[in-house]
Design a protein around this ligand. Structure first.
Ligand SMILES: *[C@@H]1O[C@H](CO)[C@@H](O)[C@H](O)[C@H]1NC(C)=O
Ligand SMILES: *[C@@H]1O[C@H](CO)[C@@H](O)[C@H](O)[C@H]1NC(C)=O
Ligand SMILES: *[C@@H]1O[C@H](CO)[C@@H](O)[C@H](O)[C@H]1NC(C)=O
Ligand SMILES: *[C@@H]1O[C@H](CO)[C@@H](O)[C@H](O)[C@H]1NC(C)=O
Ligand SMILES: *[C@@H]1O[C@H](CO)[C@@H](O)[C@H](O)[C@H]1NC(C)=O
Ligand SMILES: *[C@@H]1O[C@H](CO)[C@@H](O)[C@H](O)[C@H]1NC(C)=O
Length: 248
């Protein structure tokens, strides 16, 4: 029995080494056939399948990693990658029939395992904050080869924008405000006598850009089209200042 287990483990070790030694990474340089063979091999030999996720600020999101193939003693754990290092945030361990969960102190109220399978690990963040926008490493600790890992990235986003304008004492005063994460950007199309922009970092991690434009209503360019263009991720959204007849 023991010999059999060791044999299986050895085989797994050998297969994993094959995967690690380049079958998975070299496929871009090989022909299509090679790519297909590699994909098939990766499927059966300890590949970790995962995908990146996006979620709205305050929402819930699940990160998942699936280890293909069968291995001995698979303990999944999750690390958050920060600028300089990575921090353990969650881990599962199994002895006999019992599964123990570890969740780092600061995550206890907003993170939980939503799959307790050792070869299909999933963690769910509840009410996500901008600081959770990061990449996460899932690690499977396999006997006897040791840990193998993959990475999934989470983007937490939020966006609101609006335009206000009024005319006071012969001045058109228009203010475009865009709040978001990743930070938005503002530009104007049309004339301006004065333009200024402020940037605020909000307590929830989003950034507000407040752009103000002033146009003298007696100037010759008053009445031309005036548009606030807000760029957010790959979109551009136009907010138009309604045209006002000269002299009004
Ligand atoms: C997040 O999950 C909680 C608990 O299940 C639920 O009450 C809440 O509505 C969910 N939020 C969103 C944005 O789906
Ligand atoms: C995960 O393990 C279970 C039980 O050991 C097995 O039935 C299942 O096929 C495994 N999943 C994958 C993706 O290998
Ligand atoms: C979600 O988190 C924010 C700040 O992190 C907090 O102010 C808010 O009360 C939380 N909402 C819920 C429903 O827990
Ligand atoms: C333009 O309007 C904004 C808010 O509506 C106000 O804070 C600002 O002082 C105004 N600027 C001028 C020059 O009147
Ligand atoms: C984040 O903070 C900004 C500025 O206070 C606010 O406009 C925005 O609605 C907040 N986002 C969420 C999802 O609470
Ligand atoms: C607008 O322009 C007119 C003519 O150039 C000038 O007399 C007036 O003071 C300007 N108004 C403001 C608010 O700057």
């Amino acid at each position: 029995m023991e010999a059999q287990v060791t044999n299986v483990a050895k085989q797994a070790f050998f297969q994993l080494r094959q995967v690690k030694e380049g079958l998975c990474s070299q496929w871009t340089f090989q022909g299509l056939t090679m790519a297909i063979i590699s994909i098939l091999l990766c499927r059966v030999q300890g590949a970790i399948l995962t995908e990146d996720k996006e979620v709205e600020l305050g929402g819930n999101v699940t990160l998942r990693c699936i280890l293909t193939g069968s291995f001995e003693l698979v303990h999944p754990s999750w690390k958050k990658q920060t600028n300089r290092s990575s921090v353990n945030i969650a881990a599962l361990s199994q002895n006999n029939t019992h599964t123990n969960e570890y969740i780092a102190e600061e995550y206890r109220s907003r993170l939980s395992f939503t799959s307790s399978a050792v070869n299909d690990t999933a963690i769910t963040f509840w009410n996500v904050s901008i600081s959770e926008s990061s990449c996460y490493e899932c690690i499977f600790n396999i006997f006897p080869t040791g840990p193998i890992s993959n990475k999934t990235c989470l983007l937490v986003h939020d966006f609101h924008a609006f335009l206000h304008h009024h005319i006071t004492d012969g001045l058109l005063n228009a203010t475009c405000t865009a709040t978001g994460f990743p930070p938005p950007a503002i530009s104007w199309v049309g004339p301006a006598d004065e333009n200024n922009e402020r940037k605020l970092e909000n307590s929830n991690g989003t950034v507000s850009i407040i752009s103000n434009i002033l146009i003298n209503t007696s100037s010759s360019h008053y009445g031309q089209e005036l548009i606030c263009k807000v760029r957010y991720r790959r979109q551009e959204i136009d907010y138009k200042v309604p045209r006002t007849e000269k002299g009004q």
